[in-house]
Design a protein around this ligand. Sequence first.
Ligand SMILES: [Zn+2]
Length: 441
Amino acid sequence: MDTLRADAVSAYGDVEGTTPTFDTLAASGHLYTRAYAPSPWTVPSHASLVTGMSIDAHGVGVNGRVVLPQQAETLAERLGAAGYETAAFSENALISAAFGFDQGFEHFSVRTAEEQMAAEQKLVIDVVDELAHWLQSRDSERPFFVFINLYDAHEPYEIRSENPFLPAGTTTADARRIRAGGRTSHLICDRLPAKGHLEILQGLYLGEVASADRKLKAIHALLDDQSVSNLITVVTSDHGEHFGEYRLLDHEFSVRDEVLRIPLLVHHPDMEPATLAQPVELRDVARALLGWAGADFAGITTPGLEGIQEGAAQAPASLFALYSDTRMQLPQAFDAASAQQVRDFKRQGCSEADRVFGDMVAVTRYPFRLNWYENYPSEFFDLSRETGEPLGREARRPQLVATLEREAQQFANRVGLGGKDAAEPLSPESEAALRSLGYID
Ligand SMILES: [Zn+2]
């Protein structure tokens, strides 16, 4: 479920009734209360989800690299090698062949970038319908692996005739006016909407979360109907979303908890239900699934979800997350120059105090987190406190801060952050010019 903030899921107790299907699965499965994404946006996070690798190991999302390399061994490739039939259904154009995510899938349904750009309403592909169709034609002799990305919770939000999550008294006309133009991700810093407007946006978002959960219900029912006794269901997200914290909306230019903390559940009919507070990472899912499926997981260094027990709340090691601010080398169908212009445009109303420029690394040693910035002093958080605000200087632990700062710096050095000389892709014009001159053929 793309763009799903953990606290937008009712199973976590901060909001009521957004995700009844998730909640039901969680109540009879394992609910992870401290699961973290390795990045605040789709492509690097999915790269970790499907390879089990950390962001410094696969390099996707670092210094402009945004395509999963062919050498990467994906869940679908490893499960395919173990005899599984594999299918993917993606509502997000970034989770597609252009970004390397089709590796290992025998069947891949995705809505295209053009469809996504043009989408005023989100049902360009009907995931539930396409899944039902695929299940009818699948080889019932083989075990199967299905990957689904639901895009509902990503802006632009639909205005639904019924949405109980909007503030009382909000009319459809109000909602329409607030999200005039559809996109909201540029409404940051000086453009940040007033509090009442933010609450309406958040209500629209929760309406979309509920919509994704209804699809989850239909999807789970279809898979359950296959009468397999050992269906394992994992529900998670790739990142969260800002709603005005630090004058931000959307999920760019930040490694705060609002964008890194994600929901995670694992469900299996024979499971002892448990709520697990030990911090885990999105990439742990791949190792866990491969282990349960009896497939090869050579080269994946995370222990997965093995050994996570009730009661423990300490991270076994530091967890890293990254936002890299280098110009992206987008696949051909996507316009890298305009993507950069959009990013620059969004930050026009931002100042130094907003901390939105340059590379960022988050190091989590629960309950503590240090956010390291290429261009600004670090922030230090105690994630167990009610308030999400960074701790003031007097409340900091100097030794721990120094250690985490060193770890963040080492991580930044290891991935080679700040590689501003990363090669830019050729524009179609320069490519045509070089071709006509015979430099490329
Ligand atoms: Zn995403």
